[in-house]
Structure formats: structure tokens, C-alpha cells
Ligand binder design. Structure first.
Ligand code: SF4
Length: 264
């Protein structure tokens, strides 16, 4: 990706975790590009095919201010990593007075995250795999477990314990998302083990919204949604491990929750 931010959509977004979207929405900026190449990506057009429009740093700063003026609970930077330097420049022009959410793949360099210290209030990374071979196969990622574990340790170091306002809206903290893949309960159980053994003071968001998209429709094991039985097995394990956070209704596995990419 280039230096200047390329964006596919800037708008209030209602479908994040309840403490992020609240009643007024999360002010989402969807950036083009991603640090992973997941075969099942729902946002394939923007993550891999570079759909988006390049905007200036001044324009990005203005868009942050506009979102804030709409009354959203926070600014939600989605897949922002390719543009960290430009985003920091935009914050130097306009610094919103609401929490900043860094909504990313989780496969990040610690040195990149260190640049963000003091700018980000809430990290929202994924932890997708407990098996490096699976990460290589489905997301083209090397050393996935080590890199993501170190990245999330840095995020937690920066945010500390989760904090909420009187309405239950998150002010600071880290929520780790895990998306169940069909036929991969063992992978998910392994992820829960990694979270339990490596991290404190986080919330888990256990996601069941998987729908086969892109190349996943041609990948036998990934070509269906997650079953209730698969989800329950992992959910029961999360409870057994005493991990706090969010679960998701399986009715979320619906294309209607994928935003339109229209530059708006
Ligand atoms: S991390 Fe998320 S946005 Fe990036 S390629 Fe994977 S599924 Fe798509």
C-alpha cells in the first residue's frame, strides 16, 4: 500500500460488540489492505483487491472530526496498519475527544504498535489460529502464533484493564476476537488455551458469524457455516476456562451484516 490512506467506507457502524457500537454507533473508517490474506475474508474486495479511494491526511483528519460530530461513541480504525504513519499525522491535525479503537488482524509488528502508544485507547485484534500450518494455509502468514501473541502482549501493556463508562461503553482496554471456522473446533480450543495461558485483563469476543466467502467456497472444509454444536463446544470451553467476554448469536452469519463498499 502507499503512504496516504486508501479508504472504502467511512460511516457509523452498528455491528461491533455492544460496548463498542452502543446505541449511537462506532465511527468506522474502513481502510483498504490488510496484514493477512485470509482465504475466507468477507471483505476480500478491500483487504486483498485494494478497492478504495486515496485521501489526503488533511481529509482523514476532517473525516475523524465529522464522525465525532455525528455523536458516535468512538472512532473505529478498521484494518489501519498499512497507514499507521499517516494516521498519526492526521491525529496531529485533529485529535478526537472520544476513544480511538484499533480494529486489526492481530498479526502486527510490535515496533509498529509502539508507534501508536498514547494514540489508541482500545485494541480490537483477532486471534485466529493455534496452529502455524493452518495460518500459513489459510492466511499466508508465517510464525502466526508467536507474532500475534507478542503483538497482543504489547496491546495489553498499552491499554491495561478494560474500563467502561456509566452506560457500559468501553473507554479503554483490549478485546480479543476469535472467529470459529467450520470443521476446526480443535483450532479454536487451542486458541482459547493460548489466551488463557498468555494474557490477563482482556475480554474475549467469540464470533460465530463465519460465512463462506471468496476462495473459501472452493475449500471443502470451509464451505459451510459453523454449526450450533461446534459453537457450543468452544463456548463451553471458554466458560470452563473462566474467560470473560462476549458470545454471538449464530444468526449473525448473514451477508446482510457485510457493509457496502462505496467510498461513502
Ligand atoms: S484479517 Fe480480517 S480483513 Fe484481513 S484478510 Fe483476514 S479476514 Fe480479511
Amino acid at each position: 500500500m502507499g503512504y496516504l490512506p486508501k479508504v472504502a467506507r467511512i460511516a457509523p457502524h452498528m455491528w461491533e460488540e455492544p460496548c463498542i457500537s452502543g446505541t449511537k454507533g462506532s465511527g468506522a473508517v474502513f481502510f483498504s489492505g490488510c496484514t493477512l490474506r485470509c482465504v475466507f475474508c468477507q471483505n476480500y474486495e478491500i483487504s486483498a483487491k485494494n478497492f478504495g479511494k486515496v485521501i489526503s491526511i488533511n481529509q482523514l483528519a476532517k473525516e475523524l472530526e465529522k464522525l465525532e460530530n455525528m455523536g458516535v461513541h468512538n472512532i473505529n480504525l478498521v484494518s489501519p496498519t498499512p497507514y499507521v504513519d499517516a494516521i498519526i499525522e492526521a491525529f496531529e491535525i485533529y485529535r478526537p475527544n472520544i476513544p480511538i479503537v484499533y480494529n486489526c488482524s492481530g498479526y502486527e509488528k510490535v515496533e509498529t504498535l509502539k508507534k501508536l502508544e498514547g494514540y489508541i485507547d482500545i485494541y480490537l485484534p483477532d486471534f485466529k489460529y493455534s496452529d502455524n500450518d493452518l495460518a500459513k494455509k489459510y492466511s499466508c502468514a508465517d510464525n502466526y502464533v508467536e507474532i500475534t501473541t507478542n503483538a497482543i502482549k504489547e496491546m495489553l501493556r498499552q491499554t491495561g484493564k478494560p474500563e467502561f463508562d456509566s452506560q457500559g461503553i468501553m473507554r479503554k482496554g483490549t478485546i480479543i476476537r476469535h472467529l470459529l471456522l467450520p470443521n476446526h473446533v480443535k483450532n479454536s480450543i487451542g486458541v482459547i488455551d493460548i489466551l488463557r495461558d498468555n494474557f490477563d485483563d482482556y475480554l474475549l469476543s467469540l464470533m460465530g458469524q463465519y460465512i463462506p466467502c471468496g476462495k473459501a467456497t472452493e475449500t471443502e472444509k470451509l464451505s459451510r457455516t459453523v454449526t450450533k454444536r461446534e459453537y457450543k463446544k468452544v463456548e463451553d470451553y471458554v466458560i470452563e476456562c473462566g474467560i470473560d467476554g462476549f458470545t454471538q448469536e449464530l444468526s449473525s452469519a448473514d451477508e446482510k451484516y457485510i457493509p457496502n463498499w462505496n467510498y461513502k
